[in-house]
Design a protein around this ligand. Structure first.
Ligand SMILES: C[S@@+](CC[C@H](N)C(=O)[O-])C[C@H]1O[C@@H](n2cnc3c(N)ncnc32)[C@H](O)[C@@H]1O
Length: 258
């Protein structure tokens, strides 16, 4: 299966692992929550470069990693040639045989076009009693980063950028899951201030990696001043003596298909 998902941002898979490997590293507890069993069939939705897919496989499960980015999937296949990966859009995928579990780390907030469609695809991919275990940005995620961006954009006379994320509250996401036919087993909502160790240029580096679509319409001559201003505005909330921190809020859940 190979098809395009034009609404996706273009991920830089190499930069992702070298500078933003913390995303996968912080997903390790989520794999524990999934608790994959030997022989189980697990689908990793928005698998990125496959680091957590491989972790799940190392517990004996048979895993398929799906991601909307060709670059991510190419890197995943190169890194883990023994595992199965495919390009696919989380809003619109089907599987030949139902899975025991669907896992998703740090991806569902990117699948913002239609969260209900994503949940329905997951439901259809699971057998009854199958688990859906995920973590995504929750309401208030990156609030200081986003406020700095919006102010900097306005100060530079630019139109408000379209923010590509979906950061639901626990209640909102729980309702969506229950309405779709899932029983909730766990919902957690917590702050996770995250050091941006590999972002020497702080919030500006974060914007370049995680919000490149916002920069697409920005005139070249404005870019440097815009990003410098994002840093100035974000610094009081996010720059510590030890370095920059991202103000992440995480929503973690485990649900079972009825
Ligand atoms: C922050 S990365 C997380 C990757 C991986 N799960 C991890 O923990 O390192 C988010 C991933 O979601 C993928 N993604 C974004 N939109 C998607 C979509 N509509 N369908 C499938 N994957 C998507 C991106 O390509 C990216 O690899």
């Amino acid at each position: 299966m190979r098809y395009d998902t034009p609404s996706l941002i273009r991920w830089n898979a190499r930069a992702y692992d070298s500078s933003f490997g913390y995303v996968s590293a912080q997903g390790a507890p989520l794999v524990d929550l999934l608790d994959p069993q030997p022989g189980e069939r697990v689908l990793d939705l928005g698998c990125g470069t496959g680091v957590l897919t491989a972790e799940i496989a190392s517990r004996g499960a048979r895993v398929l990693g799906i991601d909307g980015s060709h670059s991510m999937i190419e890197t995943a296949i190169a890194q883990f040639p023994g595992l199965d990966f495919t390009v696919g859009d989380g809003h619109d995928f089907t599987v030949a045989e139902p899975y025991d579990a669907v896992f998703s780390n740090a991806a569902l907030h990117w699948l913002s076009r239609d969260p209900d469609a994503v949940i329905e695809c997951v439901r259809m991919a699971l057998q009854p009693g199958g688990r859906f275990v995920g973590e995504l940005g929750g309401a208030g995620n990156c609030a200081a980063l986003i406020a700095a961006m919006l102010t900097a954009w306005r100060e530079h006379g630019l139109r408000d950028p379209h923010l590509p994320w979906y950061f639901p509250s626990p209640a909102e996401y729980a309702v969506r899951l229950e309405r779709a036919g899932f029983t909730l087993r766990l919902v957690e909502n917590f702050d996770r201030p995250t050091p941006l160790d590999d972002c020497p240029n702080g919030a500006a580096d974060w914007v370049r990696m995680f919000a490149p679509s916002l920069l697409e319409g920005v005139p070249v001559g404005t870019m440097e001043s815009l990003l410098r201003r994002v840093n100035e505005l974000a610094a009081p909330a996010l720059r510590r003596e030890s370095g920059w921190m991202a103000d992440y809020v995480r929503l973690r859940f485990a649900a079972v298909r009825q």
